[in-house]
Design a protein around this ligand. Structure first.
Ligand SMILES: *[C@@H]1O[C@H](CO)[C@@H](O)[C@H](O)[C@H]1NC(C)=O
Ligand SMILES: CC(=O)N[C@H]1CO[C@H](CO)[C@@H](O)[C@@H]1O
Length: 762
């Protein structure tokens, strides 16, 4: 505001030239459809603010008063894309900034997204003939590049990044860019310090700077709403705050910094922070504290959402100063489409090195540590009058997290059990922001549930009042044994004809003799058949399965064999995870693995996915591995031998069947008495494919090296012709016992090639 006024005064004196102004601002929005997004981009988005706006310093870069500061370029980037997971709504944005050099009209990658394109262009600031003013008499004109819509004013392309700008021919019909999702990282953390951290990078909790590898970005994580969320309004949110605690003697005992990241809810207000009116209280702790609430554009992939979330850092020179924001504009309802919304595309107040001050509001006076009841029941407690169960204990603890917690559970192990177990644990809530709500939790935490059981409920209580953690479970659960289906089934069916359709499960089900593809619950009546089960499982239940087809007929009588494989069981090692792995000993076929635990209930591995048996697993097409298959003649001395140095015209051959999963190359090259020997064997290989080295019999220092590779035609590399080892023969009789034995074993393992070669030499 100040800056504007002084400019106007200077211009009034006519002592310096006035220039058109550029705006620096960003805006991201979400429209119901493409038409509305176009309308929004054409309308006043990051354009002409009213003169009484208090956000000028946030939104403008104003030309200086000397010629050197002027004639810069006002740049804009417009973009738009459809995001499927928010009901095909359209995310659109505009970014305006000032550049020293011209930006030519072109299609560019938009920062902060993965593969989202925009259109960039620029116009140069010009000196004004006379000191132009707006209606209020104190503003020079603002220079803008506008959104280009095909079909309007002769434009042939759409200026939203879906295509390159075109200036001749017919108007394009290219569709809007489309992405599956928009994403924000979800996490929260609080970290304790002895004194307030001075630099953002001093704070090491993962959610503060998520760029490490703590947060997975794979497909499964990306779809998990507890890890990444999808905001319908297009905005991610970061909340930060801090507090300190003191003891009875009024001495400060700890300092805490807390953060929460996620999607901005529609009722959330961005708080630019400096104002006293921005008090938002973290209500899960017995404290009142200011919070900063920052918002920025959600991006189109999980990994980018993680990348965009950096150290909250208020003090970096490139950040837009937010200190001038006045009270009446300091908390802005997001979702309001007024010109003055702050909906930045770039994550604000964050840096990748965290060298600035932590971006947290200043801390209020220290808060007294909260006293909570502290106790836990002994293992296997069956006494309902235990003083931790009844909360009558005199145990107390002072909590710096400013929240008390109670976890209680009562259960019987099975219908017929006579004894009831009573579990209770009371103390500080280690993480008051973990989302645990008061009341019954359907499946108790693992430290409450005895191994091999399920169906036990837990009662949670959080309290911010002194010794308020007195809650107690009101019901007794009847636990059931945590059992897994345990079975294996592998069968094939051959269908004649070219390209037959996949057989449905019903047509092959009599081959599923172990009832493993389709599971049948154990029944009391032992005469009906049921799928086998593991009995009480102290790990997770898993299911691993694949289906593939191979052509088995001839060209005259084409046929396709469909193969089905499934295995279910209890994994006590916890080594199976939800993923896809190569099917053991089958080239190019992948196996789907799924696990579930006691929280899913007994026999939870009855399905692979939530579909019927026919559709659970897709049939994969198979293709045989191709390898070079040849061997140099015994005692070969020709480096150009067509197996040692494979000519480019030679073709690899198909391996006999899918059990060949790698191509091998075994190379034995050395020089003996000035003569070089070049031995190689290339082949299809089944089984383990670790690379290996074997000593060659008859020599002290010659090895044959076997390497494996797993892609088609991969074992083609030329044998080596330089730096060959100069062989030292082991004279018969002088070798020690152990050398002789090792060498003998090597010859057997080495397919006879060198045995033959050596026989010729000696
Ligand atoms: C097991 O429970 C988890 C968490 O509720 C859920 O995501 C998963 O799909 C369940 N798995 C099965 C096999 O039901
Ligand atoms: C007892 C003896 O001579 N052992 C030999 C066995 O082989 C190793 C490696 O080849 C030699 O280092 C030992 O000297």
């Amino acid at each position: 505001m100040k800056l504007f006024k002084s400019l106007a005064v200077l211009a009034g004196c006519a002592s310096a030239a006035a220039y058109e102004k550029c705006i620096t601002c960003e805006y991201v929005g979400v429209a119901d459809d493409e038409t509305n997004a176009i309308a929004d981009l054409k309308a006043a988005t990051c354009t002409n603010p009213a003169s009484d706006d208090e956000l000028e310093d946030l939104k403008y870069t104003v030309s200086g008063t000397t010629d050197a500061d002027n004639e810069k370029y006002c740049v804009s980037i417009f973009y738009m894309f459809e995001a499927k997971d928010i009901g095909n709504k359209v995310v659109y944005g505009v970014k305006r900034y000032v550049s020293d050099s011209s930006v030519t009209l072109s299609r560019v990658d938009v920062d902060g997204y993965e593969g989202v394109k925009g259109i960039a262009s620029s116009v140069q600031q010009k000196a004004l003939d006379n000191d132009a003013k707006d209606a209020d008499g104190n503003d020079a004109p603002i220079l803008l590049t506008n959104f280009i819509e095909r079909g309007v004013d002769g434009a042939l392309y759409m200026g939203d990044g879906r295509e390159d700008p075109v200036t001749s021919g017919d108007a394009s019909t290219v569709n809007i860019q489309t992405f599956d999702s928009i994403r924000c990282l979800v996490c929260h953390d609080a970290q304790e310090f002895s004194t307030a951290p001075l630099q953002s990078s001093d704070i090491t909790m993962p959610c503060w700077n998520p760029s490490g590898n703590v947060f997975a970005t794979d497909d499964e994580a990306a779809r998990d709403p507890t890890k990444y969320c999808s905001p319908e309004n297009g905005l991610c949110m970061t909340k930060t705050w801090q507090y300190k605690t003191k003891n009875d003697a009024n001495v400060v005992t700890s300092h805490w910094v807390a953060i929460e990241r996620g999607c901005a809810s529609n009722t959330e207000k961005a708080s630019l922070g400096s104002s006293e009116t921005d008090v938002l209280t973290p209500n899960k702790r017995a404290v009142s504290a200011n919070m900063f609430v920052r918002m920025y554009a959600a991006t189109n992939t999980a990994s980018k959402a993680k990348d965009n979330a950096k150290y909250p850092d208020a003090d970096v020179s490139t950040k837009i100063d937010h200190a001038d924001v006045k009270d009446d504009k300091s908390a802005i309802q997001q979702g309001d489409h007024s010109t003055f919304d702050i909906r930045p595309i770039t994550a604000q107040f964050m840096s990748s090195d965290g060298s600035g001050k932590p971006d947290v509001p200043s801390v209020a006076a220290a808060t007294e540590e909260l006293e909570c009841i502290s106790c836990s029941t002994p293992i296997g407690n069956t006494d309902s009058a235990n003083d931790c169960v009844t909360a009558k204990t005199t145990g107390r603890v002072k909590c710096k997290t400013l929240a008390c917690s109670a976890i209680t559970s009562s259960y019987k192990l099975g219908e017929d059990a006579t004894e009831t177990y009573y579990y209770a644990k009371r103390g500080c809530a280690a993480d008051p922001d973990d989302g645990v709500t008061d009341g019954e939790q359907e499946n108790a935490d693992d430290y409450v549930v005895p191994d091999g059981w399920t169906n036990i409920k837990q009662y949670n209580q959080r309290s911010t009042t002194t010794n308020g953690n007195t809650g107690r479970s009101s019901s007794i659960s009847t636990a059931v044994v945590f059992d897994c289906y345990s079975c294996e089934s592998s069968f094939s069916t051959t269908v004649s004809g070219a390209n037959p359709a996949d057989p449905i499960f019903d047509s092959v089900k009599e081959k599923d003799t172990s009832l493993c593809w389709q599971t049948f619950k154990p029944v009391a009546d032992s005469s009906s058949s049921a799928t086998g089960t593991s009995g009480s499982c102290t790990g997770k239940c898993y299911v691993s399965a694949y289906k593939y087809k191979e052509s088995t007929g001839t060209s005259k009588l084409p046929a396709t064999t469909f193969n089905w494989y499934i295995k279910r069981g209890c994994d006590t090692e916890m080594s199976v995870i939800n993923n896809e792995t190569p099917a053991p000993a089958l080239y190019g076929i992948s196996q789907t693995n799924r696990v579930c635990d006691y929280t899913n209930g007994t026999l939870c591995n009855g399905l692979v996915e939530g579909y019927d048996t026919t559709l659970e697993i897709a049939t994969q097409s198979s293709r045989l591995l191709q390898c070079y298959d040849c061997e140099t003649p015994a005692g070969n001395t020709d480096p150009e031998d067509p197996c040692y140095t494979v000519p480019s015209t030679t073709k690899a051959v198909e391996c006999p069947d899918l059990s060949y999963t790698s191509c091998s190359t075994t190379e034995t090259a050395y020089t003996l008495n000035g003569q070089s020997f070049y031995g190689i064997k290339r082949a299809c290989h089944k089984g383990d494919h670790e690379d290996s080295t074997e000593a060659v019999a008859g020599f002290k220092n010659v090895n044959s090296e076997t390497t494996h590779c797993t892609s088609g035609s991969c074992n083609k590399a030329n044998g080596k012709t330089t730096d060959l080892v100069v062989a030292v023969e082991s004279s018969p009789g002088s070798g020690t016992e152990n050398e002789t034995e090792e060498s003998g074993a090597a010859v057997v393992a080495f397919s006879g090639l060198m045995a033959v070669t050596l026989a010729l030499f000696h």
